[in-house]
Design a protein. Structure first.
Length: 214
């Protein structure tokens, strides 16, 4: 499952890099900070997935019923780590949760609605898969469970039909090798075939996962 999360992060990154190459307005929605993969969308959902040891992924969706703002119940981020050992809580607070800080009742605290973590070789969560997706995991889940369907949606909604072969080509090269991937002249021509206003943003995003312009 950990490999699936990493491959999903690569796929999401490459798809976004192709899309923002022509229009960088929403470049902020996908980013990397070292080994932390960051997602944001305009619907009030965000995520930080740390691929350091141990793997920890945290998600916040303000549409979730776990959103504490409309509730009088006390909120604690630890509730999303129910069943996790102490070293996971410490690692979560030290890294991915620092990207999820928000103001709550006069204090700055990590704000999340679900989480996942690796322990003893398995990725765990307090939620089953359905609950994980419902409370924020939907930001990454389609890239794990239904890649073919997701690619169709990318092609349709983002207008990337003509660049779908490029997306799959770069993705397959990225997951097949541990060294940097060097894009060819043909790759770059295809990448900028719909425009190059966001060339700098696209290059920066691809570089963050070891995909380099020639």
């Amino acid at each position: 499952m950990l490999d699936q999360f990493k491959q999903a992060a690569y796929l999401r990154t490459i798809a976004h890099a192709i899309w923002i190459a022509r229009e960088p307005l929403l470049a902020y929605e996908v980013a990397w900070d070292g080994d932390v993969f960051l997602l944001n969308n305009a619907m009030g959902a965000s995520a930080a997935l740390s691929f350091a040891e141990p793997f920890i992924a945290v998600f916040c969706d303000f549409r979730s019923i776990r959103n504490p703002y409309p509730s009088d119940d006390d909120y604690t981020w630890q509730s999303c780590f129910m069943g996790a050992p102490d070293f996971i809580l410490a690692a979560a607070y030290a890294k991915p949760l620092q990207y999820m800080l928000d103001n709550y009742r006069g204090q700055v605290v990590p704000f999340i609605t679900t989480a996942g973590w690796q322990d003893r070789g398995q990725v765990n969560s307090r939620d089953d898969w359905r609950g994980f997706v419902q409370h924020g995991g939907h930001l990454i889940a389609p890239y794990i469970t239904d890649i073919t369907g997701t690619l169709r949606l990318i092609a349709k909604n983002d207008g990337l039909s003509a660049q779908l072969p490029l997306l799959l080509s770069i993705y397959n090269r990225r997951i097949a090798q541990s060294d940097d991937v060097l894009l060819t002249e043909n790759d770059l021509n295809d990448l900028f075939s719909q425009g190059d206003t966001g060339a700098a943003e696209s290059e920066k995003l691809l570089k963050s996962i070891g995909i380099l312009f020639s």
